[in-house]
Design a protein around this ligand. Structure first.
Ligand SMILES: C[S@@+](CC[C@H](N)C(=O)[O-])C[C@H]1O[C@@H](n2cnc3c(N)ncnc32)[C@H](O)[C@@H]1O
Length: 256
């Protein structure tokens, strides 16, 4: 059976239990967004909705959009009073409806980046802002290198296509500008990120990179993930905890 990883990848339970740092670290991005009462704001790739709810606390009116039925289901359960839409970002068709588009830790999963940038630009009112953070060039390089070394041992040259891309600052700025989004500020920075507990790296791989091992039987996948963890231990396990080599690209762009 061929598993459609795109539709099945996200596990909201593991995400909320072990990876709450994703939205906790995204909270200061909301300060950059600076939502105002009454503004309509699209939260692109909203996941289980914690940052959508933060935006709502300001008095703004957010809409969360996500392509994962499991994530949208969880968001609706967490925040029944808020609006959530189940949709692929590249397929959205909003027309000048939003004062701002916000996105945390999601754009690097959206491989149809031209369609997404076009959709964001169309969704914004003139003068509206796009405030976002995503994985930037070099993000989790040591983790991904270790995963690919181990995956090659198990799969030969048949590695699955990458499901993320981590753009350089200039590359992403050019994409936004091609679609009429003027980049007012952008920064690429290292943000080493502590993972929770002894199983932190294993949980992280299972949440975000399990697709590498989905074509092998579950027992072999577990063994392979264990091998990745051991490859990483000397470089990424420090003072009793795991650290992921995150690098983020954060920007503010305005629809002109
Ligand atoms: C790491 S989570 C971040 C969730 C949330 N923004 C947060 O900060 O907690 C990434 C989210 O992007 C969503 N996503 C990935 N690709 C997408 C696409 N093409 N269209 C819409 N959502 C997508 C996933 O379903 C997932 O919920």
């Amino acid at each position: 059976m061929v598993v459609n990883h795109k539709k099945t990848r996200w596990d909201p339970e593991l995400y909320e239990a072990r990876h709450s740092f994703v939205w906790q670290l995204g909270e200061d991005l909301i300060q950059l967004l600076d939502p105002k009462p009454g503004e309509r704001i699209l939260d692109l790739g909203c996941g289980p909705g914690q940052l959508t709810a933060k935006i709502a606390e300001s008095g703004a009116i957010p809409v969360g959009l996500d392509a994962s039925p499991a994530m949208i289901g969880q968001a609706r359960q967490n925040f029944p009073q808020l609006s959530f839409v189940l949709q692929e970002a590249g397929e959205m068709r909003f027309q000048q409806e939003f004062d701002a588009v916000f996105s945390n830790a999601a754009l690097h999963w959206m491989l149809d980046r031209e369609a997404v940038a076009r959709g964001v630009a169309a969704a914004l009112k003139r003068g509206g802002r796009f405030v976002a953070e995503l994985g930037g060039r070099g993000n989790i390089r040591q983790i991904e290198d270790a995963i690919e070394r181990v995956a090659r041992r198990h799969l030969g040259d048949n590695l699955p296509a990458k499901q993320t891309y981590y753009p350089a600052l200039g590359e992403y700025a050019a994409l936004l500008e091609r679609h009429g989004l003027e980049v007012r500020s952008a920064t690429l920075f290292d943000r080493p990120t502590a993972l929770e507990g002894e199983a932190g790296m294993e949980n992280w791989i299972r949440q975000f990179k399990a697709y590498y091992f989905e074509s092998v039987p579950p027992a072999e996948a577990t063994k392979a993930i264990g091998e990745v963890v051991e490859e990483l231990r000397p470089i990424a396990f420090r003072d009793g905890h795991w650290v992921a080599d995150y690098r983020r690209l954060r920007f503010i762009a305005v629809k002109i």
